[in-house]
Write a protein that binds this ligand. Structure first.
Ligand code: CTP
Length: 400
């Protein structure tokens, strides 16, 4: 989900940096808007580096530092492209502006042009928090349907003790993740997702497998389900809990995954094959545990069927997405897979990095389609899941 993080001026502005990071971990694409006074506390560059996106500041500021962007109509675009506006820290001044519709800088004009969900996390001196004017302004915002994430009590920067300290970034993130309602743009779709590795038995206690964690597939399942899809998740053995509301089909081997996919193909409108399927199985797995002999052992492997290619052959009107996990020649191999498996999109990623790829929380992917490549860049798997789903809808709309 696309989120605007509005940063007001106050000592708590530095906590917005942690907030930006936590929100991205939870799958939000974070676009930061700073007030002029916020810039007195934190450099826009901090947020630009954390989010990999331009930071927006004052409306008519022509002398914006590197990494910031200002234009007299930019706030309209920003307001339209995002589903959630979170203002943290929200000063008493900002709250007053929002309550009364005063629009004189980037953040307050964005607020007025914004039609999505609004979360306000105030931070201010205790007397300002308790002032009848602030109480009345907050009530106006509550009545408008905004969620107010109350500050905590404690020792404040000004030396007083009482309410006014910005709520913990972790708490704010949890609340936004819990309450933000994503667009229901997958209603009517059944999305079949495969995730994780497969295991091919050598004997009753040993197997051949790979390093896939299933995180990308599970993130896709969660995101599609939240956006209104019916989701069937065919999963190899992973250490993850299936998202609530998703139909989970547990499998172990590639052959089991193949038959589970075929069984659910008819009801599916979108198939996403993020599983790392074993290309080979042991020709004749031993019925009893193999004993060591001190001699070299030879295992004969026979090929597994290519599930994605099989789905590609039978896809009819369905939108089919494959993954390409490569260690070299990413785009070339990805394009070959797009054609050979008759997929509509290949999500290509390099897996020989310690930061992104297998068993990490980050990924760096390029979407390969019949109409060109789209580099999504490095982001959390949850954030990428949302963006992959966005492009699936766009590509499908273009196809029909
Ligand atoms: N795939 C599949 N069935 C297989 C092997 C792969 O459905 N037996 C799917 C994967 O789920 C993924 C895509 O094919 O969506 C590409 O998988 P990958 O392992 O990158 O490629 P392979 O087709 O196995 O080709 P290679 O090993 O030569 O890279």
């Amino acid at each position: 989900m696309n989120l605007i993080l509005g940063v007001g001026g106050g000592i708590a502005a530095y906590k917005a940096a942690e907030l930006a990071r936590l929100l991205q971990d939870r799958g939000f694409a974070v676009n930061v808007v700073m007030t002029a006074s916020a810039r007195e506390f934190v450099q826009p560059l901090t947020f630009a580096a954390l989010t990999g996106r331009k930071v927006m500041t004052d409306l008519f500021d022509q002398s914006s530092p590197e990494g910031t962007l200002s234009s007299s109509v930019e706030h309209i675009g920003v307001a339209q492209e995002n589903e959630v506006l979170l203002v943290a820290p929200a000063t008493a001044g900002l709250i007053a502006k929002f309550a009364h519709g005063l629009a004189d800088d980037f953040l307050s004009t964005t607020y007025l042009a914004f039609t999505g969900q609004v979360f306000i996390a105030p931070a201010m001196n205790t007397n300002m928090w308790n002032h009848p004017a602030t109480r009345a302004n907050l009530q106006i915002l509550r009545d408008r349907g905004h969620v107010i994430l109350d500050p905590e009590a404690g020792r404040l920067a000004c030396g007083t003790i009482g309410p006014g300290r910005l709520a913990e970034p972790r708490y704010i993130t949890d609340q936004v993740a819990l309450l933000a309602r994503p667009a229901q743009d997958f209603v009517g779709d059944t999305v079949l997702i495969t995730a994780g590795p497969t295991r091919e038995a050598i004997d009753p206690v040993r197997y051949i497998s790979n390093r896939s964690s299933g995180k990308m597939g599970y993130a896709l399942a969660e995101a599609a389900q939240r956006r209104g899809a019916r989701v069937v998740l065919v999963s190899g053995p992973v250490q993850l809990t299936a998202p609530a509301g998703v139909a989970l089909v547990k499998v172990t081997t590639a052959q089991e995954m193949h038959s589970a996919v075929l069984q659910h193909l008819a009801e599916s409108t979108i198939i996403i094959k993020s599983a790392a399927v074993a290309d080979y199985r042991v020709a004749s797995a031993a019925a009893q545990k193999l004993k060591k002999t001190g001699e070299p052992v030879t295992l004969t492997l026979e090929p597994n069927a290519d599930i994605l290619a099989d789905v590609g052959r039978r896809k009819e009107h369905r939108f089919v997405v494959g993954f390409a996990a490569e260690t070299e020649n990413l785009l070339e191999y990805g394009r070959q897979k797009l054609a050979s498996k008759r997929a509509d999109m290949i999500v290509a990623n390099l897996v020989n990095s310690s930061v992104t790829g297998f068993d990490t929380d980050l990924n760096d992917v390029t979407l390969i389609t019949g109409t060109g490549d789209i580099a999504l860049g490095q982001a959390s798997k949850r954030e990428l899941a949302g963006r992959i789903l966005d492009y699936i809808l766009r590509q499908r709309a273009g196809k029909s």
